[in-house]
Write a protein that binds this ligand. Structure first.
Ligand code: SF4
Length: 471
């Protein structure tokens, strides 16, 4: 596998799920491109969609069906105005047509989406798209959504999202390798990651893209803190970030946009008990936006999108009120490379590894980044990541009704608090008994042993013990 960039780990997208929404959306876009490459786009009469395994079992709650239709319609998850999503889906439902790649209308009935209960052998998240052509022939293409918005084709084992990457001068395939480079060069983790990224793009581009990522993170927190009502999907989950935020906020705050808002928040002096509430509110706000099909940063997945913004906001609103973009950049670079180590050596797919692969990884990423911000050595940062994951090992994925709401939204606040604690614990010790690489191996071994009902199927845990009438 090629090198994994920080920008592969932190991607702008639309909720509620990176593996079930962002990945299938990308697969549908790729499928349209395949039709064009094979010169059969013009003769495509309609499309059949087959979902397998976890994409089928939790696909409705995770909006997989909608994501594929949005991809076939020629929209992009990074740029689509989220308020257009309902209109496009309603058009397809009401008119029984898709505007394929925004170029040609083809007939399409919702019943052409098939939720197959069986699993394809290669990966739990399989999907097959079939174009029916003018002459009655068919063109089929199978994709796998392997977590974090990455997609792959079995026959190539190449993640499509990584196609532009090239070898980095300082490979960071493991914690050990990362630490060895940092020690040899006498640099911290974020500096080393920057050296690698600079071989792919200019520093202005890196800054530009990281600012965009930070902007979307901040926007999702701001939006979540200012939106009332209930989340879609039928569970009647009431949005609560805005309620808690109203209680926490100082009545003297005056702001008209998120930049003024964050400036006001950074002036707030927080009592220790309120700090927990603020951090939890930041995390919950993001994941309420995610659950409502809003725009968030996949970090490393959508289900866990709230952890990193919450810990980064903790740093700039509680720990260091003077932190500027230089520190935000370091935070994101360090978080990104830690996520890439899990992606390469284990998984960031809940369908493969349960929630330890989502919330556990995001917590480890945030812990390492916060540790560096607090002056931790590279070894301490990796130790912080290890501690955060160690205490998420075995965490199952059991979303009620297949919706990324319960336990997902609250779980982000837990992941954020654990990350802060892990950074603190790591700062107090110079050498770790358990290296990061061992916990990554353990996480992967645990993932493989985990019963499939706890891997994003909604067939176990809370998903079966809590009935919708209980909610
Ligand atoms: S339980 Fe965890 S892994 Fe499963 S959907 Fe929710 S956040 Fe994602």
């Amino acid at each position: 596998m090629k090198n994994i960039s920080v920008f592969d780990m932190l991607k702008i997208g639309v909720g509620p799920s990176s593996s079930h929404t962002l990945g299938p959306w990308r697969a549908a876009q790729e499928f349209v491109q395949e039709l064009k490459d094979h010169h059969i786009f013009d003769s495509t009469q309609t499309v059949e969609i087959d979902l397998y395994g976890s994409l089928s079992l939790t696909g409705i709650g995770h909006a997989t069906d909608k994501a594929i239709l949005l991809g076939l319609s020629g929209t992009d998850p990074v740029t689509i105005p989220v308020e257009y999503i309902d209109d496009i889906i309603s058009f397809i439902k009401d008119e029984n047509q898709i505007n394929l790649n925004e170029e040609k209308l083809i007939p399409f009935e919702w019943s052409q989406i098939h939720f197959n209960k069986d699993f394809l052998p290669y990966h739990s998240n399989g999907m097959m798209l079939t174009a029916i052509l003018e002459d009655g022939d068919k063109y089929e293409s199978t994709f796998y959504s392997i977590g974090g918005g990455f997609i792959t084709k079995e026959e190539t084992d190449e993640t499509i999202d990584l196609s532009d990457n090239k070898d980095f001068p300082f490979p960071t395939n493991s914690g050990e390798q990362l630490l060895a480079h940092c020690t040899k060069l006498g640099v911290n983790i974020s500096d080393l990651v920057l050296k690698n990224e600079l071989t792919v793009r200019k520093e202005e581009e890196i800054d530009h893209d990281l600012k965009k990522i930070w902007n979307v993170m901040l926007e999702s927190v701001y939006l979540g803190c200012h939106t009332d009502g209930f989340l879609p999907g039928g569970l009647n989950v009431r949005r609560r970030a805005s309620d808690v935020y109203r209680k926490l906020k100082d009545d003297k705050y005056s702001y008209t946009n998120k930049e003024e808002w964050i400036t006001a928040i950074r002036k707030t002096k927080m009592h220790y008990r309120e700090v927990f509430k603020w951090v939890s509110t930041y995390a919950i706000a993001v994941n309420e936006v995610n659950a409502a099909l809003g725009r968030v940063v996949t970090a490393p997945t959508n289900g866990s999108a709230g952890v990193i913004p919450a810990v980064l906001l903790f740093y700039i609103t509680v720990e260091n009120h003077k932190a500027d973009f230089a520190e935000i950049k370091k935070f994101l670079l360090t978080a990104g490379v830690v996520g890439s180590i899990f992606k390469r050596n284990a998984t960031i797919s809940a369908a493969m590894g349960g929630c330890q692969a989502e919330i556990g990884v995001s917590s480890a990423m945030a812990a390492a980044a916060l540790c560096e911000m607090r002056g931790g050595t590279s070894e301490q940062c990796l130790n912080a990541a290890e501690i955060a994951m160690e205490h998420h090992l075995g965490l199952t994925c059991d979303p009620i009704n297949g919706l990324v709401q319960i336990p997902c939204i609250e779980r982000n606040s837990m992941g954020a608090i654990k990350a802060i604690n892990a950074a603190e614990l790591a700062l107090d010790q110079d050498h770790a008994k358990v290296p990061l690489d061992r916990v990554v191996e353990t996480m992967w071994a645990t993932a493989k042993d985990m019963n499939s009902k706890y891997k994003e199927t909604s067939e176990g845990g809370l998903a079966v013990s809590v009935k919708i009438v209980d909610c």
